[in-house]
Ligand binder design. Sequence first.
Ligand code: 5AD
Ligand code: FES
Length: 352
Amino acid sequence: MKDIIDRLAGKHDLTDEEFERLILCDEPEANDYLTKKADEIRQKVYGKDVYLRGLIEFTNYCKNNCRYCGIRCANKNVERYRLSKEDILSCCDMGYDLGFRTFVLQGGEDPYFNDDRLVSIVRDIKKNHPDCAITLSVGERERDSYQRLFDAGADRYLLRHETADKAHYELLHPAEMSFDHRMQCLKDLKEIGYQVGCGMMLGSPGQTIKHLVKDLRFLQSFKPHMVGIGPFIPHHDTEYKDCSAGTVEMTLKLLSIIRLLLPDVLLPATTALGTIDPLGREKGLQAGANVVMPNLSPGNVRGKYLLYDNKICTGDEAAECIRCMTARVAKAGYQVVQSRGDHIDMIEGNTY
Ligand code: 5AD
Ligand code: FES
């Protein structure tokens, strides 16, 4: 297994069979070696720096009905909320004072936030904080909408592909949702000039090792700037409530493989990983991740943006969350830096 890992580290590629063997491998020494190689290359590209993204969950209304998601429109037990523009702007002001230089506006697919409303929010954040990057994570839209938001000042866009296998996508989503449209969105975003993040859940219902290899091939060809991955975690109000969650081991394994596959990619240690293991995010950082996304949403809505059960960081104030996160990052052996944290290829060229 060591030679496979060395080959992945050196050539950033493997055969499908080798990927499968590596993903399935449960020898502790081999897995430790994989972690070590991933951390090595992460440090070569990014040193010990960890980038912060302030996450603002600004609406939990969603017109979609993804089978795995707690805020799917069919879930009538969710108390829905929308932040006002003023709320969002003051969240950013507070985040700025706390040291954030990237704001991620994340929400369900909420028709209330049409182009005009979102454009005006993006413009105002940019006007107040011209040195900050704005990331949008508001799902599938049409190309001209993405273009308008980009022109208004949005720099980045997160849209997880969820799975690169069409049949698996159709299992996880209702018939109204289209795999092809999702892929088209990702392509449009990249062509428009966004720094784009995609990603998938680990251990989602019906996911096989072959699907994961397909995900890796997709990442290899799409070349996203960021890859957000985390374990699937069941939500009690969904049909998947009795399914088992993805594991820490599988998430860490994929983080390391993705770091070796795409050395300069931005890789968050996600909240979902911190939810299934109290030290999940620290372990993620040590396995190749270099981004954390503390919650900046106002305290009174945090408990309402629940995509899955037992989500962490729902009770804290923003200032508390960033203090906690900075301490966790330091304890894991890294340092939080105050910068926009652009994809490194864009700031100083490829050096690995
Ligand atoms: N468990 C883990 N992650 C989830 N997401 C949605 N529902 C769940 C769940 N039950 C992820 C999806 C989505 C992102 C915002 O959160 O991958 O793209
Ligand atoms: Fe939110 Fe630790 S990062 S409580």
